[in-house]
Design a protein around this ligand. Structure first.
Ligand SMILES: NC(=O)c1ccc[n+]([C@@H]2O[C@H](COP(=O)([O-])OP(=O)(O)OC[C@H]3O[C@@H](n4cnc5c(N)ncnc54)[C@H](OP(=O)(O)O)[C@@H]3O)[C@@H](O)[C@H]2O)c1
Length: 306
């Protein structure tokens, strides 16, 4: 496999998980960098891949001859993972390690995503990349195992740890709140879990900016690869996030703050999972906007056009 530069030939970028919240945005942001080979579970965009199937993954890499890979696929059903560890482990960890080994052989770079849920949330300051992960739930454990497997594979990799992802499509807090505001007069929302909402589109924009530099050979991933926190700036509770959505949407509902103990769920969640984005900012010279600004822009985008 040969590595093209942007200057000669359009690079081939394999996007795995093209139908997810982030993957869907990546289809657009990566399009300016080269030919995007978009693979999803159901094959909506021309290429089907089931990460449960190791042989199919190897075939996809062989047949698509990518110059770079972005993996936005994951088992993201946090509560379901508690009773389906084997599937979560396969998709979030084993397949990621296999991908790494396949790519390492050919020196193909990969951008992958991980989560704030690798932490238990007991710190009282934002987590840096040097803090020791200690996940509370199966999803966090399998995502952490995926990070380790990719790093150990020897592939040239960037792992962006993100959090509280929302956007124009998929199962996310913003769309759920907008629906519930129009269905219910009163909503009880957890107020003791603090994190950083991240707009899927901003994550996809940042990924494309970084991948552009990787493809141009401007970033040596042997030196600069590894884990980077990459979330919306600032922090808020779910209740605070819901209040901001309510205010910005102009809808009407009575929001009531509750503790996590009043909203029991199968998977435990960290009470404080804010990630410190300093490393990303210092190394790449880019910063994610404040979560409020991104929320306003996302809602603007969601408004029906008159
Ligand atoms: N969502 C969050 O709040 C959040 C927070 C922190 C980190 N992250 C990380 O950010 C990344 C992107 O997440 P997201 O929010 O875009 O997730 P998402 O919307 O759930 O998308 C994940 C995609 O993976 C696909 N997928 C699931 N099982 C698969 C399989 N066996 N083979 C191939 N594809 C499979 C799903 O396909 P189907 O749609 O067909 O099921 C879906 O399109 C993930 O690494 C996630 O762990 C997300």
């Amino acid at each position: 496999m040969t590595t093209h530069t942007l200057a000669d030939q359009r690079p081939r970028i394999l996007l795995i998980g093209a139908n997810g919240q982030v993957g869907w945005e990546l289809r657009r942001t990566l399009a300016g960098l080269g030919e995007v080979i978009a693979a999803s579970l159901e094959g909506e965009y021309g290429h089907a891949i089931d990460l449960m199937d190791a042989a199919a993954l190897a075939r996809l890499i062989h047949d698509s001859r990518p110059d770079a890979v972005v993996n936005a696929a994951a088992y993201t059903a946090v509560d379901k993972a508690e009773t389906d560890r084997a599937t979560a482990q396969r998709i979030n960890a084993d397949a990621v390690g296999e991908l790494g080994v396949l790519l390492a052989t050919h020196g193909i770079p990969i951008i992958h995503y991980s989560t704030d849920f690798v932490f238990s949330g007991t710190l009282n300051r934002p987590y840096t990349e040097n803090d020791q992960p200690d996940p509370l739930n199966v999803y966090g454990e399998t995502k952490l195992a995926g990070e380790c497997a990719l790093l150990e594979s020897g592939a040239k990799s960037l792992i962006f740890r993100t959090s509280w992802v929302y956007g124009a499509r998929g199962a996310n807090f913003l769309l759920t709140m907008l629906r519930l505001f129009s269905e219910r007069d009163e909503l009880r929302v957890v107020d003791d879990q603090i994190g950083s909402p991240t707009w899927s589109r901003m994550l996809a924009e940042m990924t494309a900016l970084i991948l552009y530099r990787v493809l141009r050979g401007e970033l040596d991933l042997e030196q600069m690869g590894g884990i980077y926190n990459l979330t919306g700036s600032g922090q808020v509770s779910w209740y605070g996030f819901a209040s901001a959505i309510l205010e910005a949407s102009g809808l009407d509902s009575n929001l009531i703050p509750i503790p996590s103990s009043e909203y029991p769920a199968p998977a435990r969640r960290p009470l404080y999972s804010v990630l410190d984005n300093t490393r990303f900012r210092q190394i790449f010279g880019l910063a994610m906007p404040d979560w409020r600004l991104s929320l306003d822009q996302c809602l603007e985008h969601l408004k029906p056009k008159s």
